[in-house]
Design a protein around this ligand. Sequence first.
Ligand code: ZN
Length: 131
Amino acid sequence: MIKEFRVKTNRRNELIDITGEIRSVIAESGIEEGYCHIFVPHTTAAVTINEKADPDVSRDISGSLEKIVPPGWGYSHAEGNSDSHIKSSMVGASELVLISGAKPVLGTWQAVFFCEFDGPRSRKCLARVSE
Ligand code: ZN
């Protein structure tokens, strides 16, 4: 079964830790061993796994993407958010996390981050747990 949860973003570019939501989805599924597929159904957002211990890391990822793909560079897309679409494709719309002992298998410093590139908005995130 696919679970959906909302992610409220506060800035145009921002990484938000959604590991707690993923832990809840896995716990509710009752599955002990398997995997959780996380999918972001948006064209200007993404999902990634990276360091949570130092919040500067997620700020640096966001800030570096902003430098690599600057807004207002002279893109064709009339909506004016081509940089957001490009960042979304660079990072990707899905992640797969293994499950062991009814918990996500993540490294000590890892967290799952929802990546906002055209906020602030109320976003959707989908997750499906399988054996
Ligand atoms: Zn657009």
